[in-house]
Ligand binder design. Structure first.
Ligand code: PAF
Length: 283
């Protein structure tokens, strides 16, 4: 596996491959890799001639300084995992490399409601930071296809919107959320949970799964209230939001008239660790 830290050497190497007709699959990450990331690498490997992974803890998408500081950084271990998974190129730049003008620079795109609800509402500026860095990374890697997990479903919608608005020549591939055997969605943040918090964390997915059984059989509002009460009964879980929304527009559902597009999205704190999850209610 080639490992680069500068834009220049990454671009040069990949441009050489593209000239030879290689298709390039790209998995952007912030490191602290887990099986979910490796599943994206594996999918990319089956669909492309070359797979590139980036590791960059992007400062502009953290609206909370402490969250940025506490974000796990495990580059040596991550590189080892990527090598073992058959990734071809790792791009792991510094903040100065990606933001030479400082961290105030950012892409100015109109996202409509997509960046106003849920994550957008509770993490102001987060999606501007995500769109900025993903656009920059695309400009470095020039991928044929880029792979994102559905756990960050709203992020996926933002990136799709950006790619359509800017007419970027990349196919966005959405991949299923990978879960622990007890249902907890894999996340780099899980490693920050205490043993007690980790034992309660699967309750999030359990409640979402029960909502799927109940969806359509009771009013949307009542289902939401039932789920919020259930989550709050678990001592260390604190809900930031729980929304039933439309898969395409993310607009909150008021009734089941377009139920086939219904999804539930949740953000829940365990101590100071914030976890998100979502599932389709009718698929
Ligand atoms: O999903 C992530 O890990 C990050 O938001 C991404 C897409 C790598 C941008 O920093």
């Amino acid at each position: 596996m080639k490992q680069f830290t500068t834009i220049r050497e990454t671009r040069e190497y990949l441009a050489g491959k593209a000239e030879k007709g290689y298709s390039i699959g790209f998995v952007p990450t912030m490191g602290a890799l887990h099986e979910g990331h490796i599943s994206l690498v594996n999918r990319s490997k089956t669909e492309n001639m070359l797979t590139v992974c980036s590791i960059f803890v992007n400062p502009t998408q953290f609206n909370n300084k402490e969250d940025l500081e506490k974000y796990p950084r495990t580059l040596a271990r991550d590189a080892k995992l990527l090598r073992a998974s058959g990734c071809d190129v790792l791009f792991a730049p510094t903040a100065a490399e990606m933001y030479p003008e400082g961290e105030t620079e950012g892409i100015d795109l109109e996202f409509g409601l997509l960046d106003k609800v849920m994550e957008g509402k509770f993490r102001p500026g987060h999606f501007k930071g995500v769109a900025t860095i993903v656009n920059k990374l695309f400009a470095v890697v020039n991928p044929t296809r880029a792979y994102f997990g559905k756990k960050d479903f709203q992020q996926l919608a933002i990136i799709r919107h950006m790619v359509n608005s800017l007419k970027l020549p990349v196919a966005i591939i959405a991949c299923e959320t990978v879960r622990e055997p007890d249902g907890l969605a894999m996340s780099s943040r899980n490693m920050r949970l205490t043993i007690a918090e980790r034992s309660q964390a699967p309750e999030i997915y359990q409640v979402l799964s029960k909502m799927k059984e109940k969806a359509g059989k009771m009013p949307v509002k009542a289902l939401k209230e039932w789920a919020m009460k259930k989550i709050q009964e678990t001592p260390d879980l604190r809900i930031e939001y729980l929304e039933i929304g439309d898969r395409e527009t993310l607009v909150p559902l008021e009734n089941w008239s377009h139920k086939e597009r219904g999804m539930v999205f949740a953000a829940v704190f365990l101590g100071d660790v914030r976890l998100i999850d979502n599932i389709e209610l009718f698929l």
